[in-house]
Design a protein around this ligand. Structure first.
Ligand code: CA
Length: 227
């Protein structure tokens, strides 16, 4: 899960980055509406966490403008404002969910997963794919009913492929899902993660589409080495 966090309060922001990071999410943080808008133009995110009280612009104004521009990214609004009218205004501006400050990080994490699940039209947390089963909220993966140990980056890569079943993703798109915007990425890092996924989940799990990128293939369909 690659998240954009737009929050100007340093302490709250670092708590969210650390807390959601520990849950396996990649979080890019900005502290102004302008920076959020700029980053949305160059990177792909699964969802945005948006504080309403930003130094350069009201978060609701930013949200309204993004929606007018056709930005469909799921947005969870953080606010200290409790008034019903503010909540209604947030939903009207295009927020998908609302969380009142102060909040518990576990609740934020659970709400984000529910939001993404709803967006993906799934009723359950677990994603099934042939013999493969993946639970993005608990970050557990099973192949043929047996647990498979995946690193954080491998989880993110698998999740991106599962969410885009049948679609080809370019190397750049996959890197966006696996790494934060500011992360130093070695040129062959993606290949290394793909190699590991194939070793753990079967050679065909990641199909190479020559010249275009990669796509999800069948799970565990070759003689996988078992530890
Ligand atoms: Ca604020």
């Amino acid at each position: 899960m690659h998240l954009l966090l737009c929050e100007d309060h340093d302490l709250i922001a670092s708590g969210i980055v650390a807390g959601l990071g520990a849950q396996g999410a990649v979080v890019d943080r900005v502290d102004t509406a302008r920076a959020a808008e700029a980053l949305l133009k160059v990177a792909r995110f699964d969802a945005m966490i948006l504080d309403l009280g930003l130094p350069d612009e009201d978060g609701l104004k930013l949200l309204k403008r993004l929606r007018q521009q056709g930005q469909a990214l799921p947005v969870l609004v953080l606010t200290a404002r409790d008034a019903i009218t503010d909540r209604v205004a947030g939903l009207e501006a295009g927020a998908d969910d609302y969380l009142l400050k102060p909040f518990d990080l576990r609740e934020l994490n659970a709400r984000l997963h529910t939001l993404l699940r709803r967006m993906a039209g799934r009723a359950q947390n677990r994603i099934e794919h042939g013999a493969l089963c993946h639970d993005p909220s608990s970050r557990e993966t099973w192949l043929g009913g047996e647990p498979v140990d995946l690193s954080r980056r491998e989880q993110a890569l698998l999740h991106a492929l599962l969410q885009n079943k049948g679609r080809v993703l370019s190397a750049e798109q996959l890197k966006d899902c696996v790494y934060g915007f500011g992360d130093e990425v070695e040129s062959n890092a993606l290949n290394v993660h793909i190699h590991h996924l194939r070793r753990k989940l079967g050679n065909n799990i990641v199909e190479t589409v020559r010249g275009l990128g990669y796509r999800l293939g069948p799970a565990g369909s070759d003689q996988r080495e078992r530890a």
